[in-house]
Design a protein around this ligand. Structure first.
Ligand code: NDP
Length: 329
């Protein structure tokens, strides 16, 4: 028997989440059975636990949790053997498939990556999809020419999961980081992660009246989208790029093509869910190398399976700071 957070839907369409004892027959089909050690809470996990499953969950009862890390218990795939430490993020696990909010999971071997040297399973989940995606965004900016010394790099939604990890990685790589936050009380926290400038959210919340503003940013990791991303595009320096990661502030993007035509700026789309294996391994190796573990620890808020419904509701309101690490045992 093992524990899992099971979400059920009643006849009125309301969802109820509770920790239940299950046996192995409840596990889905798959090549690799993993004894889960840690999971986490991303924005998408909040959606998956909300009424309607955020449009992501297709059937109930459901075990959410888009990420997990743990130890292989059994494998019918030659790439993994019992005792191997593994990470799973994405592939719609925890949305349409059984997720990481359980002491056991069974998945396709293709979806796993080996835990990189230098990281524990707990640290991997302190990173989670949010931090992994932040790393993908930084790599995309670098691949488009970002180098330390080019100027300040903007991080939006900075006190959230993606933003916290992006801030710590960029600062550690020697970039000057400007952190946008709607939480003035997060200033000390963000400076501790390496931000050298705090930009109040209100400064970028109203649409610009002009298609081009003063050239300010050498790059941007954007977790917010909407009006804020439109403002950022108008403020990028010549030839620089913004990596669009999230939509915490809105999915609609109203802008003009002028920054693209007159300043040659780039808008880079970042998807973490269907990312090919080679990109995943490269990003996890970069995380192990470029994210200082003391900074990661400063982001962590520990939690248990029982805490998840409340944390899911909080992350949707933008009230979770940094990264939640869920010890499922
Ligand atoms: P968090 O809730 O941890 O962070 C989001 C942050 O955005 C908040 O902490 C807050 O930061 C800011 N924010 C919230 N609401 C608003 C608003 N209305 N206007 C402006 N800023 C706001 O979520 P995550 O970091 O886990 O995810 C961030 C986004 O990235 C989500 O939209 C998520 O779906 C997306 N995402 C996409 C991935 C991909 O593959 N493309 C993978 C992972 C995440 P502050 O308090 O500092 O202002």
């Amino acid at each position: 028997m093992f524990k899992a957070l099971v979400v059920e839907k009643d006849d009125e369409g309301n969802v109820h989440a509770a920790v239940k004892e299950l046996d192995e027959s409840a596990l889905p089909e798959g090549d690799v059975t993993v004894a889960v050690e840690y999971s986490t809470v991303n924005y998408k996990d909040g959606l998956c636990m909300s009424p309607g499953g955020g449009g992501l969950v297709k059937s109930y009862p459901h075990v959410p949790g888009i990420d997990f890390a743990g130890t292989v218990e059994a494998s019918s795939d030659p790439r993994y053997k019992p005792g191997d430490k593994v990470i799973l993020t994405g592939w719609r696990v925890g949305e349409i498939w059984w997720g990481g909010y359980a002491q056991k999971a069974r998945v396709k071997a293709d979806w796993l990556v080996p835990l990189p040297d230098g990281l524990t399973t707990r640290q991997a989940m302190a990173v989670g999809t949010a931090g992994f995606t932040a790393m993908l965004a930084v790599i995309a900016l670098e691949d488009h020419g970002l180098k330390p010394g080019n100027g300040p790099v903007l991080v939006t939604g900075a006190a959230g999961g993606v933003g916290s990890v992006a801030t710590a990685i960029l600062a550690n790589l020697g970039h000057e980081v400007a952190a946008v936050t709607g939480r003035p009380e997060a200033e000390e926290y963000l400076r501790g992660l390496g931000a050298s400038q705090i930009v109040p959210r209100a400064e970028l919340s109203e649409p610009s009246k002009k298609p081009l503003e003063r050239e300010t940013w050498a790059g941007c990791v954007d977790a917010v989208g909407g009006v804020m991303l439109a403002r950022v595009l108008a403020q990028l320096k010549y030839g620089c790029s913004a990596a669009a990661v999230g939509l915490a502030g809105g999915a609609k993007l109203e802008t003009t093509v002028i920054p693209f035509l007159l300043r040659g700026v780039n808008l880079l789309g970042i998807d973490s869910v269907m990312r090919p294996y080679e990109d995943r391994v490269r990003a996890w190796e970069r995380i192990a190398r470029d994210l200082p573990m003391d900074k990661l620890e400063a982001m962590v808020q520990p939690a248990k399976l029982e805490d998840l419904p409340e944390l899911g509701a909080k992350i949707l309101k933008g009230q979770v700071r940094g990264r939640v690490v869920v010890d499922v045992n």
